[in-house]
Design a protein around this ligand. Structure first.
Ligand code: GDP
Ligand code: GDP
Length: 438
């Protein structure tokens, strides 16, 4: 399902990231709990009145070496391109600035719904000062204090009221997937090659997320329906922010959010670089089905089994947290390996949604405990009572113990490995939650 997007725009220091953290508070706490990479807090999921949405802090998207005005114009442009509703943040302590006026004009021309929030209204006394913001022509200014958490509900009410109507729930039978990776690894070529094989294209749905094109198609071979989410396909040339790494991370995050399965594309010719790891970390955190695609395999002088094993060990060393992810070797140019992509997408999707009955799960847990009893910590012994699967995508298990403080990460890892030995979870992360219960 596509979540609507709100974006925060405004000067540096008006309090955008403070507001971002307030609004995304709970979700960020969950993300912090997960292993993998730390993320820049420029994009997060949030909810208000049971409506879920994504939030972008455009202040996090900076352009090195550009004057501050250029940066803010670019940020406003990103908000216009990416968001359904823009929250323009002003600062009551500075009042309306000339830069505010300029940004307001750009935003106004975009015809996007704008909510005007005036921040740092920490006291009742300051409330009357917000009225000068009417002069921006963006409607009623709403008083907020990011620091004190005041007035944020009113802003979110206005945001949610301006979101488009609910989109239809995604078709359960359709598997949506996207290709992510740094520029030039061959994402667009692979999308075209996959769609060019014997596939019946059902529809192209442009516009749902501005820059993405979703293509629904049926795989003739299996009869299964897929949606390919192509965020790389239509790139608007000439915008300065397009080339920034953070922007491509934002793009990847949007694609990840909307996909059941993520194909992380690596360039065999160039090898693995740091940026690949960042993008892969985000996919891991999202708990979706994941496949590595080593593309441009045609460029390798040696393409035999041994060469693959060598490249695979490179991948394993660089992405230690993605040991569960299968690897495909492809060439969009010679079409080698392409026919394996869709079956692999289906396979990891099934694993990502696998359900294990409680009786079988507890058998596995009991066996694991017998082979390797939980170690005692400071004379206290961990006791595992029972476990149950609470959700899929990723498979999530709630495990009741006598004292969750006693669960060492190494024992948690041991259990994850036991689960993986017992069930096929290739291509999916697993989530274990420990709770006290005697
Ligand atoms: P950004 O650059 O727009 O993301 O702004 P930040 O969120 O980093 O905030 C800039 C400064 O303003 C920080 O020192 C914050 O502590 C402060 N600030 C943010 N919100 C409030 C507020 O509601 N009241 C006051 N007094 N200060 C705030
Ligand atoms: P994207 O930026 O990740 O979407 O990458 P593109 O699909 O635009 O491809 C970047 C460049 O790599 C283009 O010049 C492609 O022709 C080339 N390319 C893509 N796939 C392959 C491949 O499998 N083998 C070779 N040799 N070149 C490829």
């Amino acid at each position: 399902m596509t979540l609507p997007v709100m974006a925060l725009v405004g000067h540096p220091n008006v309090g955008k990231s403070t507001l971002f953290n307030r609004i995304a508070e709970e979700r960020l706490a969950i993300v912090d709990d997960m292993p993998g990479v730390t993320r820049d807090r420029l994009y997060a999921q949030a909810d208000w009145l049971s409506r879920e949405f994504n939030i972008i802090d455009t202040g996090g998207l900076t352009l090195e070496d550009e004057p501050i005005e250029e940066q803010i114009y670019a940020q406003a442009q990103i908000a216009i391109d990416e968001a359904d509703v823009i929250v323009f943040v002003g600062d009551v302590t500075t009042g309306v600035t000339s830069l505010d006026e300029q940004i307001a004009r750009i935003l106004f021309q975009s015809k996007k719904p704008i909510v005007l929030a005036v921040n740092k209204v920490d006291s009742q006394a300051r409330k009357s000062e917000i009225f000068e913001f009417y002069s921006l022509g963006l409607g009623e200014p709403l008083a907020v204090s990011g620091e004190h958490g005041k007035g944020i509900g009113d802003v979110l009410d206005a945001v949610v009221a301006n979101f488009p109507a609910y989109e239809e729930a995604a078709d359960e039978n359709k598997i949506s997937f996207s290709l992510i990776g740094r520029p030039n690894v061959g994402k667009s070529s692979l999308v075209n090659a996959v769609l060019g094989e014997e596939r019946v294209i059902v529809s192209n749905i442009p516009g749902t997320t501005r820059d993405a094109i979703d293509t629904d198609f049926v795989d003739e071979e299996s009869g299964l329906e897929y949606t390919i989410i192509d965020t790389a396909g239509i790139r608007k040339k000439g915008k300065i922010y397009e080339s920034t790494e953070k922007y491509s991370v934002l793009r990847a995050l949007r694609a990840i959010d909307r996909s059941d399965v993520i194909l992380i594309v690596i360039d065999a010719e160039e090898g693995i670089i740091e940026q690949d790891k960042r993008v892969a970390g985000l996919a891991h955190e999202a708990g979706k089905g994941i496949v590595f695609i080593v593309n441009k395999w045609d460029t390798q002088t040696s393409k035999d089994h041994k060469a693959r094993m060598k490249f695979e060990s490179d991948v394993r060393q660089n992405f230690t947290f993605l040991a569960y992810v299968p690897i495909l070797f492809t060439s969009a140019k010679t079409k080698k390996g392409l026919k394996d992509i869709l079956p692999m997408v289906e396979y990891v999707h099934d694993n990502n949604r696998r359900e294990i009955s409680s009786s079988v799960l507890n058998q596995v847990i009991q066996e694991a405990i017998v082979i390797n009893p939980p170690p005692a910590d400071k004379g206290k012994k961990l006791r595992i009572n029972y476990g149950t699967q609470v959700s899929v995508g990723p498979p999530t298990f709630l495990i009741f113990v006598n004292d969750e403080e006693l669960v060492h990460f190494s024992y948690k890892r041991y259990l994850v490995n036991k689960f993986r030995e017992s069930f096929d979870f290739t291509g999916t992360s697993l989530h274990l939650i420990f709770r006290n219960k005697n």
